[in-house]
Ligand binder design. Structure first.
Ligand SMILES: [Zn+2]
Length: 486
């Protein structure tokens, strides 16, 4: 794809208080359609309700020419998603997301006659615990951006617990539309720099543009006064943000049109992609994959070292959890005398309730019978589709990675010497995928809708646990590679 540039334009559509923002969404969607551009319009359920109340069928029609996504039920109303989930255990948080968001998701699906396949988190409410519900509803892409996402993934498409995940720097001024036409030159220059970079050799060619229809018509952001600082103001006092004069809105639309036209001319091969196009371009090649014996042995060698991240197996990339799942099956097959046979890659849920104590657990060695017991426990948890936070055996808690590493060492020895050793030395274990989670100080817990001083360490910890199930969509970016053999 060298030289090709794919621009993804996204308009988060969420302002329930400003009737003029309905017109803005409609006119932007129609303008994009006139230019032959499909964009992504993630919308909130409350915005859908507001459009029905205001009789705006024209907005539904205009948006349905683009990809419509789900942008939460209530966006900035407290408690927001992060405010609520941060107070719960991991498993409770995953269940709570589904309870609070499912009806809203269905309202968006019903309004457009199609279930959204894209989810964008509102503001700073990035939560890995959203993923099980999103996957169950058929969402394919968790579409974030560099500012509010918890993962530092440098704009590369990733797969996270069965969903595509993308977060790239936003290559448009922020805010954008409400400073047009004045900042048109700046916006063009920003896009030009992004496109030149994207078209460069070895680059993926993806350019991320995110804005909000409401910006076109408002002087300041819609949710700041009614919901800012961690509090809902009384509903009777909610009002729209100050409006821009009509002429300024028209001039801004013309400038947006000019900006759009100029993008096409900036490189030879420019395409506009929706979230759906991104998903289609980077399929998860591990789905349905079976791993042959030779590759299983290579994976066992890798796991036996104790440091695990994503691994490329031929064209496919496996998450650390998927590798661990294959390795444990291979160990059991070697123990049980059914090796060699091809083994499936299974999808696994992350250990939501992994605690810092569990992840840091290290042991020097494990007695053979304890290892066998721990492997049995781990295998039955994996059979349920769940990577456990810890494995209980002989009255102690063991890290699943330590158990798998010990199992891999024992199994390799069985293949060489034919007998399970009495004691198996354990390596220091580390899930290297954790490095993708931003440090707490880089997370935007300062989203102005949160209360001052808001912090959500539990969400960050669970983002780390979720990286068990994180892998780059491009196999060449995996942390390790074993020969094809799959
Ligand atoms: Zn939003």
């Amino acid at each position: 794809m060298t030289g090709a540039v794919r621009i993804l334009i996204r308009f988060d559509t969420e302002d329930i208080l400003t009737p003029a923002s309905d017109d803005a969404a409609c006119r932007l969607a129609e303008l994009l359609t006139r230019h032959g551009v499909r964009a992504t319009f993630p919308i909130t359920a409350m915005k859908v309700d507001a459009l029905f109340q205001r009789g705006r069928q024209d907005v539904f029609r205009a948006l349905s020419r683009h990809q419509v996504g789900f942008h939460s039920t209530s966006h900035s109303l407290h408690p927001t998603i992060a405010e609520e989930l941060a107070q719960l255990s991991g498993a409770e948080a995953a269940a709570r997301f589904r309870e609070r968001e499912e009806a809203g998701f269905r309202r968006v699906a019903d309004a457009f006659g199609e279930a959204p396949q894209v989810y964008t988190q509102p503001g700073g409410n990035w939560t890995a615990e959203a993923i099980p519900a999103l996957a169950a509803w058929g969402v394919k892409l968790f579409y974030s951006e560099d500012w509010n996402g918890y993962l530092d993934i440098q704009g590369r498409p990733m797969l996270l617990a069965g969903l595509h995940h993308w977060a790239a720097p936003v290559r448009a001024p922020k805010p954008f539309l409400n400073r047009l036409p004045g900042i048109l030159d700046e916006a063009v220059a920003t896009a030009r720099a992004a496109i030149d970079e994207a078209a460069g050799a070895g680059q993926l060619g993806l350019v991320n543009v995110v804005s909000h229809p409401t910006e076109l018509v408002s002087e300041r952001f819609w949710d700041l006064v009614p919901f800012g600082g961690g509090q809902n103001q009384p509903e009777a006092s909610w009002e729209s943000a100050p409006q821009r004069p009509r002429q300024a809105v028209e001039a801004a639309l013309d400038a947006f049109s000019a900006w759009l036209l100029s993008l096409r001319q900036m490189a030879e091969d420019v395409e506009f992609w929706t979230g759906e196009d991104l998903v289609a371009a980077f399929p998860d090649r591990a789905v349905g994959l079976t791993v042959k014996a030779e590759a299983q042995v290579a994976l066992l060698r890798l796991v036996s070292g104790g440091r695990l991240g994503s691994v490329a197996v031929g064209e496919a990339t496996l998450t650390a959890a998927e590798v661990l799942g294959v390795a444990v099956q291979a160990v059991r097959a070697i123990q049980g005398g059914t090796f060699p046979r091809p083994l499936p890659v299974r999808s696994l849920a992350p250990p939501w309730d992994e605690s810092e104590a569990d992840t840091g657990r290290q042991a020097d060695e494990i007695p053979g019978p304890v290892l066998v017991e721990a492997l049995g426990q781990l295998a039955s948890a994996l059979d349920q589709g769940q990577l456990p936070a810890a494995v209980a055996a002989a009255g102690e808690l063991w890290s699943p990675l330590a158990v798998a590493a010990g199992g891999a060492r024992a199994a390799l020895q069985v293949l060489r010497a034919g007998a399970l050793p009495d004691r198996v030395p354990l390596p220091r274990v580390a899930l290297t995928s954790r490095r993708f989670v931003k440090p707490a100080e880089a997370l935007h817990w300062d989203w102005p809708i949160f209360a001052p001083g808001f912090e959500a360490p539990a969400l960050r910890r669970r983002a780390e646990a979720a990286t068990w199930c994180l892998k780059p969509a491009e196999a060449e970016l995996a942390d390790d590679r074993i020969g094809a053999g799959a």
